[in-house]
Design a protein around this ligand. Structure first.
Ligand code: PLP
Length: 548
């Protein structure tokens, strides 16, 4: 077959492995924050013309498409996306012995082009091939689905299969393997098979950990791993107490490890005290996460911001009237789209609070709705609220959160308009982060390792109203670029009270009575966003760890 797109793999010096990479909704092989962050990392590497490539899996059915019934019940659909239109299959195969079967692995390619013409290839590994057994064909079918054996196989295809694929493609110049989250750590065992020496492996690997939540770290039973990987394991050094912890494997096989914010590095260091865990705070891709109107505004007043997003520091140069006009355009577009779909009446002149994130208990989506009478008395006639976010298909508590918000929305009808929008994806994320007045974030501190949606909101001039967790513990300046909700671990009601008080005394009065202060705060928010771009993040990784 002829290649529509050729890439010169021997030039690559850094290989970035991630179980999910979210470049756009047209390639929906991501579930949320981790994948979108990985996609933004790849885009910034392309912008900076780094000798870089990325490896992930091709989930033809993606994660899932979320629909909501009228009562908020989540329905999951698994359409096969049009991967043949989006990706180019490469004429190469590698083999992997998994559970007494030789699994064939194919590769699909997309080349991400940067703002100055840099090119970064992303390889999607695929086991859905006629030469594989029905079980093996399903390995890469869906993201985060199936039981532990399926997870082990997926991670084996990613780690071992990805390394073999790179070799097959001629990527012989790779100096650094960047493991994005523990799912990728089997790559270190493939390196160990090659070098037989942990120090040689460590020289070549760096690791980024993404969650302070214990359940977010893969732990597999030794017996199960032995059964599935068998001869791929050169020795038993990966196991501790009959288990394989993928985060520990990555940590002990890397020369450097990082969390995704300052606070997260402290929490991670306490979780894994025998390892040094620094941090490079996450960032978002400025060209992906600005709306058309925001981009036009920046083109006019922040020349050069496309290639050098540090120009956002000059946001004071934007006249407030132009900033407001762009914001109102973003907000109108968002509300028109939502009103058309939901038949609701969200109004442009109302303070619009948005909360979009995975429906997981620790994110506390319901905090704002914990006292509906108080909410009505503070907000009626002035405020409206939009929620979005998926619950993992097996997370019943997360699904219950969505239903409880839909039920609260019914009770508030006629007082405060509230909607839960289905199908949170990058497109909806773009609409919400650019159209929001207030971006709300109230997790149980310190469980939000970084959070990135608030950075997207800041880029477009929205104001963050957030607990001092993740990135906001670094970026937040109370009363200047947004507001910080006081929060104490385990004090749900007190936190809710703090949130209501801030809305009543600061946020709503500023919005309603002091538009010039609001405009100044929007500019401060954009200036803050300059520090939280993937441009800055990738530059830090590249300066510290990537070979040139
Ligand atoms: C940015 C983004 C996320 C991650 O946002 P958080 O603030 O980390 O929750 C998740 N899903 C989508 C679709 C996004 O665009």
């Amino acid at each position: 077959m002829s290649l529509k797109t050729h890439f010169d793999f021997p030039t690559c010096k850094t290989a970035y492995f991630s179980a999910e990479i979210g470049l756009s909704d047209d390639i929906p092989t991501f579930s949320g924050g981790l994948g979108v962050l990985a996609g933004d990392h790849v885009k910034a590497a392309a912008d900076q013309e780094l000798p870089f490539c990325a490896v992930t899996l091709l989930y033809k059915q993606g994660y899932f498409v979320q629909n909501l019934l009228a009562d908020g019940t989540q329905v999951e659909n698994y359409p096969v996306f049009e991967y043949e239109q989006e990706l180019t299959q490469l004429p190469v195969r590698v083999k992997l012995p998994l559970e007494e079967e030789v699994v064939h692995v194919a590769a699909w390619l997309v080349i991400v082009e940067g703002v100055s013409g840099g090119k970064v290839p992303v390889i999607y590994l695929d086991t859905d091939l006629p030469e594989n057994s029905p079980t093996a064909r399903k390995i890469t079918r869906r993201l985060y689905a199936g039981g532990k054996p399926c997870r082990i196989m997926q991670e084996a295809v990613l780690g071992f299969g990805g390394m073999r694929m790179l070799e097959k493609l001629g990527a012989a110049g790779i100096k650094t393997y960047h493991m994005n989250e523990g799912h990728t750590a089997f790559l270190t065992l493939e390196l160990l098979r090659k070098y037989h020496d942990l120090d040689e492996v460590k020289k070549r690997c760096i690791f980024t950990t993404h969650t302070p939540i214990a359940a977010g770290h893969d732990v597999f039973e030794e017996q199960e791993v032995q059964r599935i990987l068998g001869s791929l394991l050169s020795n038993g050094s990966a196991f501790e107490d009959g288990r394989l912890n993928m985060t520990r494997l990555a940590l002990k096989s890397s020369r450097a490890a990082n969390g995704v914010s300052r606070l997260h590095s402290q929490v991670s260091s306490a979780m894994f005290p025998e390892h040094k865990i620094g941090y490079i705070t996450n960032g978002v891709h400025h060209l992906t996460w600005t709306s058309e109107a925001t981009q036009a505004l920046f083109d006019e007043f922040l020349s050069g911001w496309r290639t050098d997003p540090d120009q956002l520091l000059e946001a004071d140069a934007i006249p407030i009237a132009d900033l407001m006009a762009a914001h109102n355009h973003n907000k109108s577009q968002m509300l028109a789209t939502i009103n058309a779909k939901y038949g609701e009446e969200f109004e442009v002149d109302k303070l619009t609070i948005c909360f979009a994130r995975r429906a997981a208990s620790y994110k506390r989506a319901g905090l704002l709705l914990s006292d509906l009478d108080r909410l009505s008395s503070i907000c009626a006639g002035r405020v409206q609220v939009l929620f979005a976010g998926k619950a993992h298909p097996l997370d019943d508590a997360g699904k219950a959160i969505i239903k409880s918000i839909v039920s609260a929305a019914d009770k508030l009808r006629g007082k405060v308009a509230v909607a839960y929008l289905e199908g949170y994806n990058m497109r909806l994320g773009n609409l919400l982060t650019s159209g929001a007045d207030i971006w709300l974030n109230n997790p149980e501190r310190p469980k939000e390792a970084s959070g990135t949606s608030g950075m997207k909101a800041a880029l477009n001039g929205a104001l963050n109203l957030s607990v001092s967790d993740g990135w906001w513990a670094e970026g937040g300046q109370h009363g200047t670029n947004g507001w910080t909700i006081d929060s104490l671990e385990g004090h749900y009601e007190q936190d809710a009270d703090n949130l209501y008080t801030l809305l009543e005394n600061d946020v709503i009065p500023t919005y309603c009575n002091n538009s010039s202060k609001w405009g100044q705060m929007m500019k401060a928010s954009i200036r803050t966003a300059a520090g939280f771009t993937s441009h800055r993040m990738v530059k830090e990784y590249s300066d510290k760890y990537y070979a040139r």
